[in-house]
Design a protein around this ligand. Structure first.
Ligand SMILES: O=P(O)(O)OC[C@@H](O)[C@@H](O)c1c[nH]c2ccccc12
Length: 260
């Protein structure tokens, strides 16, 4: 059983338990109190027009690396990311495997004007409503975790609420499946969620197969300005980065050094 299988098994139990506690009507009520979503893809397109667009991840820990940031402070990290020039935030909310929390998403997003993606494992459209009720402007669809019908259903729920959908792929088959969805925001995860190995060649190989006109994001394992410049040689200008920034004592300076 791969780590992704384990995560999904836990997530199914968690979602069943949450659904039993909170009705869709209750979520709709909370969503009505929220302002409209901040444009996530729009922020990336705007920032990548004349530089690198960074989705900066608020990440405390991961199953492969354990604890990444002991003095974890989501609103402070969000402000540092803004100061350093990030275009968007990503906030991990999975508790069991990433030591994330819904509260971190709410607190980080409230501290800054940037759009924020809820980074979690979506398997049910109910979680889309839950994400918007927490303020999320975008959600993640992991193609390796979903069949085509579930992906389309979850995507439709998000688009209906005016959210952006980041579709994450890892191989050619997932890219082809992603191309049949409506969202034109596609990310290649350089980290294989089944084995945790990171390989930038994933991105180089798959960027050529991305649908026309899509906003393309390279995700995971990116550390240095040279990494980004190498990606830019292949036309890639949007990046999702967590660990390497969260390990720095001065997050704002590290962010500026990467994308400033
Ligand atoms: O911390 P890194 O190596 O910079 O990676 C960030 C992000 O890409 C990674 O956290 C991620 C990408 N896709 C995911 C799906 C689920 C959980 C986490 C992820």
């Amino acid at each position: 059983m791969t780590i992704l299988d384990r995560i999904l098994e836990t997530k199914r139990e968690e979602v069943a338990e949450r659904r039993a506690r909170v009705s869709l009507a209750e979520l709709d009520h909370r969503i009505a109190q929220e302002g409209p979503p901040r444009g996530f893809r729009a922020a990336l397109d705007w920032r990548s027009a004349d530089g690198y667009a960074l989705i900066a991840e608020v990440k405390r820990a991961s199953p492969s690396k354990g604890l990444i940031r002991p003095d974890f402070d989501p609103p402070a990290h969000a402000r540092a990311y803004v100061e350093g020039g990030a275009a968007c935030l990503s906030v991990l909310t999975d508790e069991r495997y990433f030591q994330g929390s819904d509260d971190y998403l709410v607190a980080a997003r409230a501290a800054v004007p940037l759009p924020a993606i809820r980074k979690d494992f979506l398997i049910d459209p109910w979680q889309v409503a839950e994400s918007r009720a927490l303020g999320a402007d975008a959600v993640l669809l992991i193609m390796a975790a979903l069949d085509d019908a579930a992906a389309a259903e979850i995507e439709a729920a998000a688009l209906e609420l005016g959210m952006d959908v980041l579709v994450e792929v890892h191989d050619r088959d997932e890219m082809d499946r992603a191309a049949r969805l409506r969202s034109r925001l596609i990310g290649v995860n350089n980290r294989d969620l089944r084995t945790f190995t990171v390989d930038f060649a994933r991105t180089y190989e798959l960027v050529a197969h991305a649908p026309e006109g899509c906003t393309f994001i390279a995700e995971s394992g990116l550390t240095t300005r040279a990494d980004l410049d190498a990606m830019a040689e292949h036309g890639i200008r949007c990046f999702l980065i967590g660990e390497s920034l969260m390990r720095q004592p001065d997050v704002a300076a590290a962010t500026r050094a990467l994308v400033g």
